[in-house]
Design a protein around this ligand. Sequence first.
Ligand code: NAD
Ligand code: WQD
Length: 350
Amino acid sequence: MRVLVPGGAGFIGSHTCLALLEKGYEITVIDSYINSHKKSLQRVVDILKRNNKVQNIDIDIEIADIRDEMVLDKLFLRYKDLGKPIQAVIHFAGRKSVKESVLNPLLYWDVNVNGSINLLRVMDKYNCRTIVFSSSATIYAPTDGIPLKEDTLIKPISPYGRTKVAIEQILNDTYNIPLEKWKIANLRYFNPIGAHYSGMIGEAPIGIPSNIFPYITQVAAGLLDELTIFGKDWPTFDGTCIRDYIHVMDLAEGHIATLEYLNNFEEKIINLNLGTGLGTSVLELIDTFEQVNNIKISRNFSSRRIGDSCKVIADNYLALSCLNWSPKRDLKDMCLDGWKWQSLNLKGYE
Ligand code: NAD
Ligand code: WQD
């Protein structure tokens, strides 16, 4: 089966490409490299060659923007003409910074929403009607720590979050096109961290990271002086915010389980939380990182960050019961693997 992976060179995409190739899928990545590096997919191939488990590594890479409909059309046509049409899409391509989306909402609506519309239009034209979409837990209204279910109120507070909701709505309308049979999964990720255990691929943010985990690894590597913890007066057991961190390889494997799940149906639409269901405070995350890696993380406290929620934890019952999947790696693995990646690649892929 050939799968198109828009955004496949990025953090979650590269780990998912590795998992797809390991499972014998043929893949085509389309990526503009606006937030990723050409080396990530080369490293994916290197890992597979090193492990020597995959006989035929079939990966094509197209450097292009999904807003370019001509390119997408040609791509689908090429595989159709080869008699090996693209049968499914795992759609990661988009911009993901909450802060940047507040400063430049039009860019976010253009890239995320127009890009997705383009993609769906071309998929429809070529009768490719299976899509797994990267949505986000950021779309939910805060629930004061009650685990978030898929039917929790949707109320994003940033333009970024609103583009994710808009794409989910577009996918819903697409599903309802009369006489067409679509298979659609909106995967709402919680906080993906860590890296492949090889340390050869991982998260390589451009500039100073805004997410906590790459910030911690960069402090550990001496690239940043100290971590600022946003708030010590939250109503949690230690005063810091709680999140549901999930190992990026568990997330990657969740995509394949989702594709396999969708294949059981003639048509289907489903929203699924991909998280561990476990909450970890900022201080617990730092402590675990320090313990397993034997490194001290300098930190200070500041006031709360605007827009932060106190506790964001997945109710992952639906994913666990539908998919042949459950997260296998714990917080220690996330901290060990994430640090291995950072320490072996001080400046990411550069
Ligand atoms: P990433 O930035 O590392 O990967 C996104 C990839 O898409 C990058 O390689 C980028 O170059 C590419 N891209 C962006 N715009 C494009 C366009 N118009 N055409 C082609 N390629 C384009 O981000 P990630 O962390 O791997 O996230 C992947 C997806 O998951 C994103 O849609 C993001 O919104 C979503 N998501 C991420 C998180 C997270 O914490 N990382 C959480 C929830 C949802
Ligand atoms: C985690 C915790 C911070 C940085 C974001 C997006 C969300 C999703 C995942 C895409 C919070 C604290 C952070 C720092 C800190 N992405 N923190 N110091 O905010 O849960 O979610 O990434 O969809 O949309 O909003 O993740 O890693 O930024 O923060 O104390 O320097 O770490 O306050 O409690 P968040 P994060």
